[in-house]
Design a binder for this molecule. Sequence first.
Ligand code: FAD
Length: 324
Amino acid sequence: MSVLVYVEAVGGKIKKAGFEGVSYGKQAANQMGTGVTAVLFGAADAAEVASLGNYGATKVLHASGDAFNTFESNAFADAMSAAAEKEGSTLLIFPFDNSGRALAPRLSARMGAGLVSGATAYPEISGNTLKVKKNVFSGKAIAQVEIATDKKIISFTPNSTGIQEVGGSAAVEAFSPAVKSSKIKLVEVQKQEGEIPLPEAELVVSAGRGMKGPEHWGVIEEMAKVLGAATACSRPVADIGWRPHHEHVGQTGITVRPNLYIAIGISGAIQHLAGVNQSKTIVVINKDPEAPFFKAADYGVIGDAFDVAPRLLEAFKKFKANQN
Ligand SMILES: Cc1cc2nc3c(=O)[nH]c(=O)nc-3n(C[C@H](O)[C@H](O)[C@H](O)COP(=O)(O)OP(=O)(O)OC[C@H]3O[C@@H](n4cnc5c(N)ncnc54)[C@H](O)[C@@H]3O)c2cc1C
């Protein structure tokens, strides 16, 4: 009967969206008077696995076996459906990331479950009815979606509801479900080394149209490298092609929730703020004292990015050098 949550570990570490998914599942489980079972894919050390209890998991099924060494949607969907059967789960939770986008619709069709993709808030559950909010029409409106099927699936937008510690503990079980042999053969996986995935980042250096052109991004990239941060940008910057689309944050892009968000030459339009305003500390550099971003900032510098950013970079370098 427990709420089932899909959790992924990469490089021995559970992804931030995995912890957030467990917190999300816990919130739903509290309303249903039940527990949370996390189904974990990927190797992670024992302490990391057990820590899922701290966020609300009562049980962790750790998928093991050759079929789960690399993401393959058929095998992972088989495992999630076996786990749902084992736990008697009627509500399944996925992050709305690449894995969740592949798995949730597949399982929805297979299980006859109502699906809400890209939820941005916790659900409200009453009897057999579940209501939840999501953005629609490229973020121009918010829809309240209701599902009343016996089985339900939600994929939530990562970083929209956050991670909550509840201080519990989880029983960990090895889980080796049978999976059908796949029609897809994985030939090669090419991973981009060194880049911090934006949804996972605790530090983000972001820039907007104030940077005037892609040739001026060197200082942004160097600052991110020195800090160990991810780089991000406003939507027009990605639309013009100055930066890749996977860096675009905001209502129609990625939602981030880092400890530090540095915004350089970004006006702070409401659609940009929607994706970054949950950041713990926001630093804004803008030459216009009336820029709306200053209202959301914890620290603001009124000044020319071409003057301030290189000086800030030098200060970060000195600070890092003194730390070593
Ligand atoms: C439906 C919809 C969805 C949208 N979704 C998103 C979204 O997800 N994310 C997003 O970012 N936008 C989104 N937008 C666009 C949004 O409304 C803004 O147009 C956009 O965020 C502005 O980007 P910007 O701040 O980089 O550029 P601008 O608005 O051009 O602002 C540039 C800023 O840089 C400053 N500046 C200029 N030169 C310098 C300098 N030398 N030094 C310092 N500062 C300088 C200026 O004072 C200005 O504040 C959306 C819009 C719509 C209608």
